[in-house]
Design a protein around this ligand. Structure first.
Ligand code: ADE
Length: 231
């Protein structure tokens, strides 16, 4: 799966693409992430990319010209490398909220993606219409820009791509089967007087599995009772 990220702050992605699992998935050619600076596409003589909103209001709006040029360039680049469809996502607090199912839909989509990171007060609405852009939010709060949001999206999608994690790692994690993950313990058996539950040391796989299921239900009821209401 190929991703092109359009941003005014490409340096925010340096650590992200060069660390841990994301770095490895890129090295293994499971995905590619190209980060492109929107400012390089501006035709403004002062190198500007943003202007005040028509109608008044605070902040600046990322204007059509540099963004459209960056998108056109990215579509062409992706199409020259693969026949897959290209979807364009704009990370925005007004978008559809990202969750595990949406991550799975993207990971299994057999498409390539352009991710637009806004800054300032947003992007010109005509870009969203012109390119049939899907808006995705990572939660009901407002960030100063879409860079962290796009990294959240990339991270949560890429780990679901086949081969990204060792087989079986996804089977019992939080959000699979609408349950949160059960508590985990490792060495030592006792820490500051707190012992690992005996059942986990028993070697009795069936009982361990029942215990973990019950713990998952307990924790889900505590933190996300809405998971049960939705059924
Ligand atoms: N940009 C600013 N806030 C955001 C959010 N909550 N999700 C995605 N992109 C954003």
């Amino acid at each position: 799966m190929r991703f092109i990220v359009l941003t005014l702050f490409p340096n925010m992605f340096e650590a992200f693409v060069n660390t841990s699992i994301i770095k490895r998935t890129i090295e293994k050619d499971i995905c590619s992430i190209e980060v492109i600076d929107i400012r390089k596409f501006t035709k403004d003589k002062h190198n500007r990319v943003d202007f005040p909103p028509f109608g008044g209001g605070r902040g600046m709006i990322l204007s059509c010209q540099p963004l459209a040029a960056a998108i056109d360039f990215s579509i062409e680049k992706l199409k020259s490398k693969s026949k897959k469809d290209v979807d364009i996502i704009y990370l925005s607090p007004r978008g559809k909220v990202l969750n595990y199912n949406l991550c799975k839909d993207i990971a299994s989509s057999d498409k390539n993606y352009i991710l637009i990171c806004g800054h300032y007060e947003g992007i010109d609405e005509r870009i969203i219409e012109e390119y049939n852009v899907t808006e995705i939010s990572i939660g009901d709060y407002v960030l100063t820009g879409g860079e962290l949001a796009s990294q959240v999206l990339l991270d949560s999608v890429i780990r679901l791509l086949p081969g990204a994690l060792t087989e079986g790692s996804l089977d019992e994690e939080s959000h699979t089967n609408n349950l949160l993950e059960y508590p985990q313990y490792t060495k030592p058996v006792e820490f500051r007087g707190r012992k690992v539950p005996d059942i986990l040391l028993s070697g009795h796989h069936k009982k361990i599995s029942e215990y973990r299921k019950n713990e998952s239900i307990r924790i889900t009821k505590k933190y996300r009772p809405d998971f049960f209401n939705n059924k």
